[in-house]
Design a protein around this ligand. Structure first.
Ligand SMILES: Cc1ncc(COP(=O)(O)O)c(C=O)c1O
Length: 396
């Protein structure tokens, strides 16, 4: 076989994404783009703010030596200093430019930190349902994935998490606002999590790093502010990006921030810069780093996502689906009316509705709808969602 067995095996595990994508192409060809209700992708579609475009054009118009050249692998010092200042104001910890590494998105940041700290077979705990790429990122760096559970309201089950922590645990990954549930962890939950991890670190005699993956942090609803674990746990590492809150997913710009309270943060940062280089990222895109520095206070119009959240949530409840109202991100994760979520999404496909089964997020019995789609798509899909639910309940 021309490709590695491990890659072939990983590809087969990630086949859901490919399957949905291929089904979408076939259905759209057969019935027309506007007849297919595609909720399978998390590709942000709300326009970037006009001010972003203005800054981008101004930066792109500049000429001069090395404007598009390599810079320090850590990223431009001015960009990092501005991000550090923002973090300091928001969190109250003494972040400096030295605590920040500019990365190719949150995905780049997660890979960099895992490569930097994992020994082979070190355990990395994820909480299901979770963004399934974590599985592959952990494998990239020879870690072992351990899955902890959520409570019935789809928040981390700390009792279960406590039982999953062993002397081999090196990392816990959390993601708030969450993909796929849309849930946001509040201060009380993060504080309890911080207490648990501190206690466990003391018991096992080495730090457990908490990777807080927060690319949706500023997409929160009803006036909420997303709390940060930095305030509750010293070994916290933030991975984030501007993919979602500025709709820049294709530009691959994000960053990693180490808590100033981590004892060996300087050594870890030196190693992370090396990892960023040898993973082949070298540095984050130059032009985007210069633009981002000037627009850190900007974000897309979150009200647009909130309106869609209201629409899809009300619609699903009205149909009779069991579902928790999302507090952030642009996903909703209802219960499948039949235990077999794959059979359920196949029924949705017969109504030209594309959604992702819970099994793709290690949480069977649910399905994910991404509402990064125009309101007319939500409106158009509701009759089909209702029909499939009725079909399933009649056959029960
Ligand atoms: C939870 C989560 N983390 C990380 C990423 C990666 O985002 P990016 O690398 O574009 O910042 C995504 C993308 O969908 C995500 O949903």
């Amino acid at each position: 076989m021309p490709i590695a067995k491990s890659t072939a095996e990983a590809m087969s595990r990630s086949s859901w994404i490919r399957k949905m994508f291929e089904t979408g192409i076939v259905l759209k060809k057969q019935y027309g783009d506007d007849k297919v209700f595609d909720f399978s992708l998390g590709n942000p579609d709300v326009a970037t703010p006009f001010e972003f475009d203005r800054v981008l054009v101004a930066e792109a118009s500049k000429t001069g030596p090395f404007l598009h050249g390599y810079m320090q692998n850590q990223g431009y010092a001015e960009t990092r200093a501005t991000i550090a200042e923002h973090l300091q104001n928001e969190i109250g910890l003494p972040f400096t430019a030295d605590h920040i590494l500019m990365t190719c998105g949150a995905a780049g940041a997660i890979n960099v930190i895992l490569k930097t700290i994992l020994e082979p077979q070190d355990e990395v705990i994820v909480i299901a349902p979770f963004f399934t790429e974590y599985d592959f990122y952990i494998e990239n760096h020879r870690g072992t994935m351990v899955i902890a559970a959520t409570t019935p309201d789809l928040l981390p089950d700390l009792e279960d998490l406590a039982t999953k922590i062993t002397s081999r645990t090196k990392v816990v990954i959390i993601n708030t606002p969450n993909n796929p549930t849309g849930r946001v962890y509040d201060r009380a939950l993060l504080s309890e999590l911080g207490r648990l991890l501190t206690q466990k670190c003391n018991a096992i005699g080495h730090p457990i790093y908490l990777i807080s993956d927060e690319p949706y942090k500023r997409i929160v609803y009803d006036g909420r502010v997303c709390a940060s674990p930095f305030q509750f746990y010293r070994h916290t590492v933030l991975t984030t990006s501007f993919s979602k809150d500025l709709s820049l997913a294709g530009e691959r710009i994000g960053y990693l921030a180490l808590s100033p309270l981590i004892e060996d943060w300087e050594l870890i940062m030196r190693a992370a810069i090396f990892s960023n280089r040898v993973l082949g990222f070298i540095n984050a895109p130059a032009l985007m780093q210069r633009v981002i520095r000037q627009v850190l206070d900007l974000q897309v119009d979150v009200q647009q996502y909130q309106r869609r959240r209201d629409m899809i949530y009300a619609g699903l409840v009205e149909c009779g689906y069991e579902v928790i109202k999302p507090e952030g991100a642009f996903y909703i994760f209802p219960k499948s009316p039949i235990a077999d979520d794959v059979a359920f999404i196949e029924k949705l496909q017969q109504q030209l509705i594309l959604a992702t089964p819970g099994i793709a997020f290690y949480k069977p019995g649910y399905f994910r709808i991404s509402y990064a789609v125009p309101e007319r798509v939500i409106e158009g899909a509701l009759p089909g969602l209702r029909a499939v639910l009725e079909q399933c309940t009649q056959n029960k």
